[in-house]
Write a protein that binds this ligand. Structure first.
Ligand code: FE
Length: 220
């Protein structure tokens, strides 16, 4: 079986598995490689040469990480909205609570914080790009930008307004900083008028950006 006809069980529309050529094509897609890309290629080839990992193992990892999408985070939030006991377990022990929904969050510790009328949370990584990848997948480009990382901590309300988010004056805006060991996950405020919705319908209101905290959850 070639890598390209391998079937895998995720349901988010990916139909490709990377071969080595694809990896290189992806690297060169945006023009000549930058220093970090050259470093990555050199390191990868060394790891292959020394037999530390095989190309097949690397491809399997890429497929695994491609399967980690914001839909996982949305399922977690929707379940927390409908089940207060679950929400508490999520705050106490994210890893175990995610596992209840068959979501594997092995890796850096995840910490759930809840936004309410009184306090709105938004996270960043001031140093680089730390992000709760296990439940949101790959971070968006703007999240890694120096502009976001520097401005969100200094003037969060104006950054939020650029995302279309305006909060009442009485809401305290808290910016929280991810680290290599620990990543935040915002449980956005449940929108009003959603009392009659199913958990599945609720999950559709939970966007990636609302879990980062730059927006609120969608209104039904
Ligand atoms: Fe970082």
């Amino acid at each position: 079986m070639s890598p390209h006809d391998h079937e895998h069980g995720d349901d988010h529309g990916h139909d490709h598995v990377y071969g080595d050529d694809d990896l290189l094509a992806e690297v060169f897609e945006g023009g000549p490689p930058d220093d970090y890309e050259i470093l990555e290629i050199a390191l990868r080839e060394l790891l292959f040469d020394k037999g530390v990992i095989t190309p097949a193992e690397l491809r399997a990892k890429i497929v695994e990480w491609d399967g980690k999408t914001p839909e996982n985070g949305a399922r977690i939030v929707a379940h927390a909205w409908v089940d207060p006991a679950y929400k508490q377990r999520l705050k106490d022990d994210f890893y175990s609570a995610a596992a209840e929904l068959d979501i594997d969050t092995a890796g850096p510790q995840l910490v759930a914080v809840e936004s309410t009328d009184d306090v709105h949370h938004v996270f960043c990584c001031t140093l680089c790009s730390c992000y709760p990848r296990a439940v949101l997948g790959i971070p968006p480009e703007w999240y890694k930008s120096k502009e976001y990382r520097s401005r969100i901590v200094v003037d969060p309300r104006s950054v939020l307004s650029e995302f279309g988010t305006t909060l009442p004056d009485h809401t305290d805006v808290r910016v929280i900083d991810n680290t290599a060991e620990s990543r935040y996950f915002v449980i956005p405020k449940r929108p009003e008028g959603t009392e009659g919705l199913s958990e599945e319908e609720l999950a559709k209101l939970v966007t990636r950006d609302s879990i980062i905290g730059v927006t609120e959850a969608l209104k039904p």
